[in-house]
Design a binder for this molecule. Structure first.
Ligand code: PGA
Length: 260
């Protein structure tokens, strides 16, 4: 059985002491579930202190971003190699990085490769803007983002990464994409992986949905075929809500008899 993967993206919120307090509150409110993996992506600055505080039976850490070179004259950047022993995962190519920091397709590809090279599992974010969906380009955008980002990986490496489908138009608005839209996009992502790397890799790669996930949407989205987990932004900053999201995922597993 594939574990359900829940990822909290705290974005550029919470200083170190606030992040530590949120972790404390989450640890109080969550139980250990062997069939659910929960990953927290705080600001870079909080990774080190949180790594000392975290209950590793409950949570793992992720970076929100890093640079693709391992070291050198790149003032202000942090490399994946510097994060090696600190995080299991890193978001790569989040739409906010693509939009505000001009991360283009080759840069996202190089970051995915750098993460893998350093033993960090990339959570590759893909998704179309409102305009792109309106013009009927959703599949083309997903196709281009995936084919470029995965280009330098072996099939074995692709099987181990995580892909998050995040429709840009649904991020931070409180209203997720419709189940049929999520289903269609995620099936397409898996189909593309199968096309490029074979059926076995497509069965193994984990694919998440992200954008406006709230506790009440969890069961509906996670019951969709091929959805392996959720990437949560706003709601993950609230310990009650994020704990509810974890519990809702657990209840779903129990109800379908999938809990180990
Ligand atoms: P949201 O953010 O849950 O606040 O929509 C999701 C994300 O950007 O990863």
């Amino acid at each position: 059985m594939r574990k359900t993967l829940l990822v909290a993206n705290w974005k550029m919120n919470l200083n170190v002491s606030q992040a530590s307090l949120l972790l404390h509150r989450l640890q109080e409110r969550t139980r250990i579930h062997r069939s659910i993996e929960v990953v927290l992506a705080p600001t870079m600055l909080a990774l080190q202190p949180l790594s000392l505080q975290i209950d590793r039976r409950k949570f793992r850490l992720a970076a929100q971003n890093a640079y693709y070179k391992d070291e050198g004259a790149f003032t202000g950047e942090v490399s994946f190699s510097m994060l090696r022993d600190l995080v299991h995962y890193s978001l790569v190519g989040h739409s906010e990085r693509r939009a505000h920091f001009h991360e283009d397709l080759p840069m996202v590809r190089d970051k995915v490769q750098a993460a893998v090279r350093n033993g960090i599992v990339p959570i590759l974010c893909v998704g179309e803007t409102h305009q792109e969906r309106k013009e009927g380009f959703t599949k083309r955008v997903l196709h281009d983002q995936l084919t470029t980002a995965l280009a330098n990986l072996t099939a074995r490496e692709v099987a181990e990464i995580v892909i998050a489908y995040e429709p840009v138009w649904a991020i931070g608005v409180g209203d997720p994409a419709k189940p049929a839209q999520i289903q269609e996009a995620i099936s397409y992502v898996r189909y593309q992986v199968a096309h490029l790397y074979g059926e076995k890799v497509a069965r193994e790669v984990r694919i998440l949905y992200g954008a406006s996930v709230e506790p009440e949407f969890v069961a509906g989205i996670l019951s969709l075929d091929g959805v392996d987990g959720l990437l949560v932004g706003g709601a993950s900053l609230n310990p009650y809500k994020f704990a509810d999201i974890i519990e809702a995922a657990h209840r779903l597993q129990v109800s379908i008899g999938d809990e180990s």
